[in-house]
Design a protein around this ligand. Structure first.
Ligand code: IMP
Length: 431
């Protein structure tokens, strides 16, 4: 048995969904462990696109169990829509297949309103959130005024919790000049959503521990990326949860010795949505070329992603935080036709070389990358199925990453579809 964690090593959108879909074949259960509907996984199956926000990408494998863990913030409206959309594609989403933690906090309609009101009030200092209410929901969790799925299923508790919460919410909404929310506006719909979700609700922590005790392979699906981590990311331009691999233990509820491997997903270049420092950003035509070739538009918000070169200072940092055991490089095919290719291998700040990203956000915004150049390639990589199929320059690029990060690249993605994948080594066979 082995339990693997898949995490993003950059600012999200690395292609974790595709990797989880591929690795799910070797797992018995797939568990989403943090974040919420701010994430968007674009999956291409049988040539058709499916975007999931909350349901783990493992759902595409009919025989696997999937779970949404206790620390995922669940927007019940989005989740019900998503379950319907997946079912309409002929994929079974029954309570035998999907379990949602009774401890998960709910993203309520007022969380979205507050997210929007705060972002608008920040003006040019916006974080650029996904406006999915994630920050306000997690604030309530920490303030102990949140509402959990188990509360949704108990109408008396729900009404009582709302009677405490809404006056506070409304004071804030009024402060931002927004309409207030009354319990009677939202309770009828919440009752409908409760009825839809009730069959799926269970004790995910317990189910996961049991699966592990039975020797099953559990795959943990992270969301966002390590540079968006609330503690280790580019604060305050981060999400409100822990996005790194170690968080999986407290967030799902099991001990740290049970994780066998951590696969970090890195795009062959870098993208970021929202505001915040991005030292290797390309603000020129080359950035536009990457955006077009890579289809770099957000799966959740449709926003165009900022694009730039690979940043090895950031990658070394996130590899260390996550304790990566191997890497998956995605979108290598997008670099075809770009010559030369650059990789940021160091940062300079006021003439000094830095070996890791500075904590001070003003410093991080001012660092100048030090680049190394690589010869590019013209060939289309989409047909490559083994490393040997890749042009020499593309192989060199991958090998150089392995060398500079001191990590093996297990998987190389050369297109959006399942088949467009080079499995150098199955991470499950490492254990
Ligand atoms: P929030 O998570 O919606 O509060 O957004 C905070 C920051 O994280 C913003 O810069 C978002 O663009 C970014 N973010 C959140 N989720 C994702 C994701 O799944 N991919 C990429 N960026 C994300």
């Amino acid at each position: 048995m082995s339990n693997l964690v898949v995490v993003g090593t950059q600012w999200g959108d690395e292609g974790k969904g595709k990797l989880v879909d591929i690795l799910a074949e070797f797992a018995d259960m797939v568990v989403r462990f943090q974040g919420g509907a701010n994430a968007g996984h674009t999956l291409i199956v049988d040539g058709k696109q499916l975007i999931t926000h909350l349901v783990p990408s493992g759902i595409l494998h009919p025989t696997k169990r999937c779970a949404i863990g206790p620390a995922v913030v669940v927007d019940p409206e989005t989740l019900v829509e998503e379950i319907d959309a997946i079912s309409q594609r002929g994929i079974q989403v029954s309570p035998d297949v999907l379990v949602i933690s009774h401890r998960a906090h709910l993203v309520m309609p007022y969380h979205r309103l507050l997210d929007a009101a705060r972002e608008a009030a920040r003006g040019s200092k916006k974080i650029g959130t996904t406006l999915r209410g994630i920050g306000p929901c997690l604030e309530d969790k920490a303030a102990r005024t949140g509402i959990r799925l188990s509360d949704l299923l108990d109408s008396e508790v729900l009404a009582e919790r709302l009677s405490v919460k809404l006056p506070e919410v409304n004071a804030l909404l009024s402060h931002y000049g927004r309409d207030t929310v009354q319990a009677e506006d939202i309770l009828p719909r919440l009752a409908e959503l409760s009825a839809c979700l009730a069959p799926y609700v269970g004790d995910v922590g317990e189910v996961v521990r049991q699966e592990m005790d039975r020797g099953k392979n559990v795959l943990f699906e992270g969301a966002q990326g390590t540079l968006l981590d609330i503690d280790h990311g580019t604060y305050p331009f981060v999400t409100s949860s822990s996005t790194s691999a170690g968080a999986v233990c407290p967030l799902v509820g099991f001990g740290p010795k049970r994780v066998d491997g951590v696969v970090g997903v890195a795009k062959a270049y870098t993208t970021r949505v929202g505001a915040g420092p991005f030292p290797t950003e390309l603000k020129d035509e080359l950035g536009d070329k990457l955006r077009e070739a890579g289809g770099e538009y957000g799966a959740t918000t449709g926003r165009s992603r900022r694009c730039g070169w690979l940043d090895l200072v950031a990658l070394r940092y996130t590899a260390a935080i996550n304790g990566l055991t191997s890497l998956c490089i995605t979108k290598l095919d997008v670099l075809s036709g770009i010559n030369p290719i650059r990789i940021g291998v160091g940062y300079k700040l006021a003439g000094q070389e830095l070996t890791s990203p500075p904590a001070n956000i003003r410093d991080f915004s001012r660092v100048e990358p030090i680049y190394e150049e690589f010869e590019g390639w013209e060939e289309d990589l989409g047909e490559g199925r083994t490393k040997a199929d890749l042009p020499l320059q593309a192989r060199r690029y991958v090998e150089c990453l392995e060398h500079l990060l001191n990590l093996p690249v297990d998987i190389i993605s050369v297109g959006a579809g399942r088949a467009e994948t080079i499995m150098v080594q199955n991470p499950y066979n490492r254990y």
